[in-house]
Design a protein. Sequence first.
Length: 421
Amino acid sequence: MKNYLSLIGKLLFIGVLFGVLYAYAMFQGGFVSWFLFYAMLPFILYMICIIFYPLSRWKITRSMSKSILQSGDSVTAYLTIRRKIPFPLYYCIIEEYVPESLERKGSRSETYQYMSNPSALSNKQKVKSVAFPWFKRKFEFRYEFSQVPRGEHHFHTIRVRTGDLLGFVKKQAYFTVPSNILVYPHRRKVQISKRVNSFEEGAAPSFSPAKRDTTVVTGVREYMPGDKFSWIDWKTTAKKNAVMTKEFEQQKSSDILLVLDAEESDEEKRLAFEGCVELSASLIHAYKGMSSQLAFLSLGEEPRYFPFTKDQDQQVFMNQHLARIEPDGKVPFADAILRQQQSMPNNLIVMLVTRKITAHLKSSVIRLKQNNARVVLFLIDSHERITGSEEQMLRELTISGIVVNVLTESQMTQQQFEVNT
C-alpha cells in the first residue's frame, strides 16, 4: 500500500510539473518559454521511465574474501550487480546493512588495554558505495571490514537507491543476499611453567615429563646412551652377553578438563569474556600436541561438553563452539560447577576459566579440589575491578592448594600467555 501511494505521488508530481511548464509556455509565449518547455520534456520522460523501471529485478550476489578467519582479521566483500535492461542510470548508491555483531572491534592482545572500558572498542560501521553505471549491465562494488570480532556474522539485506539527474524522482529496492562468516577467537602461544603429569593409576601428580616409575619393570632392552647405570639388568646381560637395561613403566599425562564460565554478565565484562574465550582456545591448541588428553566444558545457557579425545574433528568442533559462544548462562557459574561435578570422573586436572570470583565460587572450587588431582583457576579481569575482598579470596584458594592465575591488562597485552599449572 505504501509503495502504491508513493507511485501515485510521484506521478502526480510529474504531472503537475508538466502542467506548470506547459501553462507557462502557453500563456507567456515566446521562444524562451517554449524552449524551456521542450528542454524539460526529456527530463520528464526520463523521470517517468525511472518510476516504472524494474529495479527490483536486479540480480545481486555477494562473495567474501574469506569465510573463516580469526578475531582481529580483515575481510573484503565483493558485490556483483547484474541487470538485463541497459537503461541509463546516472548514479547508483549501494548500502549494506551491517550486522550488529560487527559493531565492535575484534580482540587482539593490544585491545586488552581497554579491559576496564570495553566501550572504547565500539566500531559502528556504515557501508555505502556510489557508482555511475549508465548503460552497464554489470558492475561491482568492493568494501572491507577491518578488525572483525569473534562470532558468526550473518549478512542479509542490501539497499539500492537511484534517481533522475535533477533529483526530483528517487527509487529504491531492498535485496536479500545471505552470506555469513565465522570468526574464531585469536590464538596465542601458551608458556606453561609446569607440565602436570600423573602415573597411570592417576593418583599422584608429578612435574617431570621424563621421569619413570622405577618400581614397575615392564621388560628389558639393549643399553642405549643416556640410560642410567642402575637400570642395567645384570642377569640378562650375563645370559645374552650384551648390556641390557630394564624397561620401566612410563608416566602417563593426567587427563585435563577445561571449564569455561559462560554465565551472563553486564557489558562491562564483555572484553574479559573475550579474554576467557581466547585463553580457552589457546590452551586447547597448546595441549593438542601433548600427550595429555583434554576435554572441554562450557557452562552457559546450554552446557556443552566435548569428551577426551585426540580426534582432529573434535578439535574443529571445539573451535567452532568457541567462535559462536556468548555469555548467556542463567545459572551462576558456582552452581553449574557443582551440578557437573557429580558426573565428572575423579583425579582429573580441572582448569577453570572465569572473569569473576565470589564466595560461592570459592567454596565450589575448594569442594572440587577434594575429588581431583589438581585444580587450576584462571581469573581474567581488569586490575581496577579486582577488589580487596576478591584478592583475599584468591589468597585463600592458593592456601587451599588451588593454582591461581590472575590475568589483568599487563598479562593480557603480552604476545603469549604465561600461566602456571
